[in-house]
Every structure is written in structure tokens, then in C-alpha cells.
Design a protein around this ligand. Structure first.
Ligand SMILES: Cc1cc2nc3c(=O)[nH]c(=O)nc-3n(C[C@H](O)[C@H](O)[C@H](O)COP(=O)(O)OP(=O)(O)OC[C@H]3O[C@@H](n4cnc5c(N)ncnc54)[C@H](O)[C@@H]3O)c2cc1C
Length: 377
């Protein structure tokens, strides 16, 4: 078999890269997915999309990603809503930090603002604001349905000629004299000029087969979903003190995430203490939640890079190899813009957004880390 580009990983990121390559006229692509599409982090995520980060790289890329979310959802017909994010702040110190964050957001065109408890109650009906002194409101943020997004990106890519092989594992990336030659897979060898690692939690393992050590750690994370309920509020709400969050999906269910301590690279296993921990935190903020049943609970990974920014683009010394991994808990929201800049890198040798070029592996090898402060969950 032969293809111009092989993408390892059929999550939202791999599919977005395939889609953008095809829309730019490069449809000779094979996507390899070891299980089923979306089965990694993508179908386990909390669906949140925001640009309210604290670094220029994150804010600029995610601002563009948000534009693309709107464009793609309208074109492909999947659910996406700008329902906003509300960050709950309980101490003067938190308020000071978020007032500074808001200035950074505004500088790069993200219209966040500090809000009083009264406005929080208007934005998030039924919330108990006891102990909350203020909030940060991000009106540009939102949520999308990951199932619909994956299915529609895959369908549109296939219609443009992309081949997607599910239940197909990439076993080795073939590199000769510093140049990528293809991939050994469970359905045979595929010769390729370009290979993209978009393999989420499997990225480090497959990169190793090319002789590349990626500085990534898979951090177990947990989330639960409740039964369906009438629409109560639109924003994703984050309790900054406990690093917990809640969001109502378009199906009416609530996804709740709480930050329970986990060790990086430990297998993500269900924990008996997770549901009571998460429930206790959220029932204090939304007392009526105690009447809503928990339907299901799952684990997944945040694929953490040393500075909580993704690792994108080409790799020095490995011609034809590209990375789109290490999203540190933000890969769903970044997928549209990452698909676009990776496609540009592959086709033109350069992305259209200069901030993306600062996110190659080289920054880590040189010790030039860019620290992100606004990470939760
Ligand atoms: C509880 C939780 C909540 C989250 N909430 C959010 C959120 O609100 N917003 C947000 O933006 N992000 C969130 N994330 C992070 C988000 O899920 C990920 O960053 C995102 O899904 C990454 O997409 P991906 O395509 O890179 O990876 P994945 O979806 O993991 O896809 C990678 C795919 O590669 C496949 N694969 C791996 N190795 C191989 C191989 N050797 N051969 C073939 N296939 C292979 C895997 O099976 C997998 O399907 C959350 C994550 C968790 C766990």
C-alpha cells in the first residue's frame, strides 16, 4: 500500500488533519485507528471549547479554532454552541489572578470580564453563590458534540477521498537515514512521504518505534454523566478552588469532572471514591443536583507535555514526520486549528499562524517552555 500521508490516530485531531488536507486538495491520505473513531480522549472529553488561556500561543490559536468550530459546525451540521464559560472565584488572590488573566485575554481579542455574584446568578440560573466573591465570564467559549463532530469530519473526509482504516494499529514508523518511509500496520506496510503522529495517549509509544522520545505523560482523568434533564444553564462552569467543572450537553445530560489526585502514567482505572467526590463538590454549588441520577462514569487521559501546550509540526532530524499531540487536556477545542496548521505545514512547509511555529518539539529540547496557568480538571 502507498499514500502521500499516513495519519496515526482517528480521534478528533487526526480526523481534522485529514479533513483539512483534503479540503486543500490533498486527499491521498490514510488514517489508521487501532480501535474505533473517537475511542481515545475524544469521546471521553467534557466538550468544552475556550480561548481564555494565559499565553499568546494558546489564546491566538484557540481564538482561530473557535472561528473554525462555528464554520465547520455550520458546514458539516454538528452541534456547537457559544454558551460561554463561567469561572467561580472564592478568594481575593484568585480574583487578582483572574483580573490579570482577563487583561491578557482582552489584549488578544477574547472578551472576558470579571462579574459579580449577581451576574453569575443571571448567567447560571439555580447556582448557589455562597462563598463565591466573583467570577470570570468568557462569552466566546462554548461546547460541541464530540460524537457528531467525529462522525461528520470522517464522513466529509471520506467523501473527498481519504481512506480511514479502523481496528488497524500502526506498529512501527519506518525511518531510513533521517527520512520517513512509511508505517508498518496490522493490515500491512504502507509507504508514505509523510507520517503524522496524532495518536493521543499512544503517541509516545509509536514515536519510540521511529527512535523518537517524546516528553509526554498520560495523566488519568475521570468524568461522570448524569441522566437527561431540562435545560438549566448554557455555560460550562468551573469551580477554580476545587478544579472541578460541570457542563450540560445538547442531550440534556450533565458532564461533571473533578480533580482527584492521580499519578502520571498510571493506568486509568475506575475509582470507587470518584463519584462521591465529584457529587459532593457539585451538589454544594447546585443543590438540586442531588435529585439527578448518575448514569455512567469513565476514565481517560490528559496527554501532558512539560509546559501544558501541545507539540505540533515537523521534527528536526526526521524528514516527513509531523506531531499533533500533548494537548494537556485541551485537544478537543484545538482540533480545528491544529488540523489547518498541520495541513499547511505538510503542504506548504509553514503554518499560516506564526504562534504555531513556537509549539514544535524544539522548544522543549531547547528548554524554552511556555507555561500555561489556566488548566483545570
Ligand atoms: C475527562 C476528560 C475531559 C476532557 N475535557 C476536555 C474539554 O472539555 N475540552 C477539550 O478540548 N479537551 C478535553 N479533554 C482532552 C481531549 O479529550 C483530548 O485532548 C482530545 O480528545 C485529543 O484528541 P486526539 O485526537 O489527539 O486524541 P484521541 O482522541 O485520544 O485519539 C487518538 C487515537 O489514536 C489511536 N491510537 C493510538 N495509538 C495508535 C496506534 N499505534 N495505531 C493506531 N491508532 C492508535 C487511539 O485509539 C485514539 O483513538 C478531556 C479529556 C478527558 C480525559
Amino acid at each position: 500500500m502507498r499514500a502521500e500521508t499516513v495519519i496515526i490516530g482517528g480521534g478528533i485531531v487526526g480526523l481534522s488533519i485529514a479533513y483539512h488536507l483534503a479540503t486543500m486538495g490533498h486527499n491521498d491520505t490514510i488514517v489508521l485507528e487501532q480501535h474505533y473513531l473517537g475511542s481515545g480522549g475524544t469521546f471521553r472529553c467534557a466538550t468544552g471549547i475556550r480561548a481564555s488561556f494565559t499565553t499568546e500561543e494558546h489564546i491566538v490559536l484557540l481564538r482561530k479554532s473557535i472561528d473554525l468550530w462555528k464554520e465547520l459546525s455550520e458546514k458539516l451540521g454538528f452541534y456547537y454552541l457559544r454558551g460561554g464559560y463561567v469561572w467561580l472565584l472564592r478568594t481575593e488572590e484568585q480574583l487578582k489572578a483572574f483580573s490579570e488573566f482577563s487583561k491578557i485575554h482582552n489584549k488578544y481579542g477574547v472578551p472576558t470580564k470579571i462579574v459579580e455574584p449577581e451576574e453569575i446568578r443571571e448567567l447560571v440560573p439555580t447556582i448557589n453563590t455562597e462563598g463565591i466573591i466573583a467570577g470570570l465570564y468568557d462569552s466566546l467559549a462554548g461546547k460541541a458534540n464530540p460524537f457528531e463532530a467525529v462522525v461528520s469530519l470522517a464522513k466529509a473526509s471520506k467523501e473527498m477521498g481519504v481512506k480511514i482504516y479502523i481496528q488497524t494499529r500502526a506498529e512501527k514508523i519506518i525511518v531510513e537515514k533521517g527520512k520517513v518511509k512509511g508505517v508498518k500496520s496490522t493490515v500491512g506496510d504502507i509507504q508514505a512521504k509523510n507520517v503524522v503522529i496524532a495518536a493521543g495517549y499512544g503517541s509516545r509509544e509509536i514515536a519510540k518505534t521511529a527512535g523518537l522520545n517524546l516528553p509526554l505523560k498520560n495523566l488519568p482523568r475521570h468524568a461522570l454523566v448524569t441522566e437527561k434533564f431540562r435545560e438549566v444553564f448554557k455555560p460550562l462552569v468551573i469551580d477554580w478552588t476545587t478544579s472541578s467543572y460541570i457542563v450540560q450537553t445538547n442531550a440534556g445530560t450533565f458532564i461533571i469532572g473533578a480533580d482527584v489526585e492521580e499519578e502520571p502514567d498510571k493506568k486509568a482505572l475506575p475509582r470507587i471514591d470518584y463519584i462521591p467526590t465529584a457529587a459532593r463538590i457539585m451538589v454544594k454549588i447546585f443543590p438540586w443536583l442531588k435529585y439527578v441520577n448518575v448514569l455512567r462514569y469513565w476514565t481517560g487521559y490528559y496527554v501532558m507535555s512539560p509546559d501544558k501546550h501541545p507539540i505540533l509540526g515537523p521534527v528536526k532530524g526526521f524528514e516527513g514526520l509531523y506531531l499533533a499531540t500533548g494537548f494537556s487536556g485541551h485537544g478537543f477545542m484545538m482540533a480545528p486549528i491544529v488540523g489547518k496548521v498541520l495541513a499547511e505545514w505538510i503542504i506548504y512547509g509553514k503554518p499560516s499562524i506564526p504562534q504555531a511555529e513556537r509549539l514544535t518539539l524544539e522548544r522543549i529540547e531547547k528548554g524554552e517552555l511556555i507555561l500555561e496557568k489556566a488548566v483545570f480538571g
